[in-house]
Write a protein that binds this ligand. Structure first.
Ligand code: AMP
Length: 416
């Protein structure tokens, strides 16, 4: 049986079994509004480059995103996978591969390096886990290292691995910050086949010789762009330098700015590139603005919104941890059941809150940008930008928490 020591418990979306993806004629890539596409990231105080740019937050949903038109080439049965893995995929109700799986699984099974341009929500996790589980099931000496920028994402990957590897005797360890390091050290001493971790904790364990990367022949980097943003990139380069050659490198990123490209290309050999960037783009998200009438009454406006019909599962974004904490107490005082996640919260608190939001115990989640990247939460009805995001990239990431996997969603942005 698959088991993971030190595993966090994360709810997992049930997926979108059976939905067919088709690609539209123009490749469907989403283009940023011209007015801001070339602007650099704002690095000053709490100001947004989007201020005064109200029109970019208004957009009618135009039906489901165009990946709905993607014609899959393969069925899961077409891949030569070990039977138990095939059965686990079937149990998960994954009828057909998603576009990224359709394009990535075969080359990964063939041992190729891969660069995947794909966001969370495209099925990219299974795109690398399915071939990894197969590889380890066939060769028990294989070990894989998966590096992710956030603890939540690491937990989600571990959850999915549990399901895909069930019955195969493949063990994994989750090594993330904010959790007990002694348990992680004990876990690692049992030589799990898969180690999933965040850079800071991984580095600690490597530096103190609890984790020897010399026998990991596969490395997965997930959300490389975010790792670069957060400043983890030197750690990541260091890990790669400790891996043996030959090795298989699988790198996933939603965007490829120059710094990311530098990392991606430096460490791969003759890679296959797959791009399904657009599945989770805002085309199926109704976007509108809320004009702030009176700054001192902004929270009243939010209050009224939250009481409206259909606001069933709402994520509210703020720019600062302090702002989120303040809004948390204001809404709590008004009788709303809310939870909030940001960088100052303990990992155990963050997990607890996420779990209660995923399982609908609370219906409102407040978050800052970094804490929320990559979260896979089903059925978020509304994303509310209580504060403007810093950049348009952040805006796209925020609103991508709703309208996932081709469902309709609504994004509302407060503007002054
Ligand atoms: P990810 O992009 O990896 O976070 O996956 C997004 C969601 O899609 C997760 O809830 C997965 O369980 C689900 N999923 C992944 N692959 C498939 C598939 N082939 N069919 C249906 N659902 C899937």
């Amino acid at each position: 049986m698959h088991r993971s020591r030190n595993s966090a418990s994360f709810g997992r979306a049930s997926g979108f079994g059976g939905r067919k993806f088709k690609r539209n004629g123009n490749g469907g890539s989403y283009s940023y509004p011209k007015s801001i596409s070339n602007q650099s990231r704002y690095s000053g105080g709490p100001k947004s480059e989007l201020e005064g740019n109200t029109s970019i937050f208004i957009k009618k949903a135009v039906g489901n995103s165009s990946v709905d038109n993607y014609q899959t080439r393969y069925k899961f049965e077409d891949f030569n996978l070990v039977p138990a893995l095939k059965a686990n995929i079937a149990k998960k109700d994954y009828e057909n591969p998603t576009p990224v799986q359709d394009q990535a699984i075969k080359p990964i099974l063939e041992g190729r390096d891969l660069i995947g341009l794909a966001q969370t929500g495209t099925g990219k996790t299974a795109a690398f886990l399915v071939p990894l589980v197969d590889k380890i099931a066939r060769d028990r000496g294989q070990r894989a290292l998966i590096v992710t920028p956030t603890r939540e994402l690491a937990g989600q990957i571990n959850e999915e691995l549990h399901i895909l590897a069930e019955g195969l005797g493949i063990y994994s360890s989750l090594v993330i910050g904010g959790a007990n390091i002694h348990r992680q050290i004990a876990d690692l001493s049992r030589r799990p086949s898969v180690v999933i971790g965040t850079p800071g904790r991984l580095k600690d364990l490597v530096d103190h010789k609890h984790l020897y990367l010399g026998d990991f022949r596969t490395i997965v980097l997930d959300e490389v762009d975010l790792m670069v943003d957060i400043g983890f990139i030197n750690d990541v380069k260091y890990f790669i330098s400790l891996l043996p050659r030959p090795r298989q490198s699988l790198f996933f990123s939603a965007t490829i700015p120059p710094k990311v490209r530098e990392v991606l290309t430096a460490f791969v050999t003759n890679p296959v590139t797959v791009s399904v960037k657009k599945q989770n783009t805002p085309e199926n998200i109704e976007q509108d603005v809320i004009k702030v009438v009176d700054r001192s009454k902004k929270v009243d406006q939010l209050h009224d919104l939250l009481n409206k019909e259909g606001f069933d599962k709402v994520m509210i974004f703020g720019r600062t941890k302090h702002g989120i904490d303040k809004l948390d107490s204001q809404l709590t005082m008004r009788g709303f059941r809310v939870g909030s996640i940001h960088g100052n919260k303990r990992q155990s608190q963050r997990q607890k809150i996420l779990k209660s939001f995923k399982s609908d115990e609370i219906s409102i989640l407040l978050a800052t940008d970094v804490a929320s990247r990559g979260l896979d939460i089903d059925n978020v009805s509304h994303v509310i930008n209580y504060d403007l995001p810093e950049t348009y990239d952040d805006y796209v990431h925020r609103i991508g928490r709703t309208g996932r996997l081709n469902k309709r969603g609504t994004a509302l942005t407060f503007v002054e």
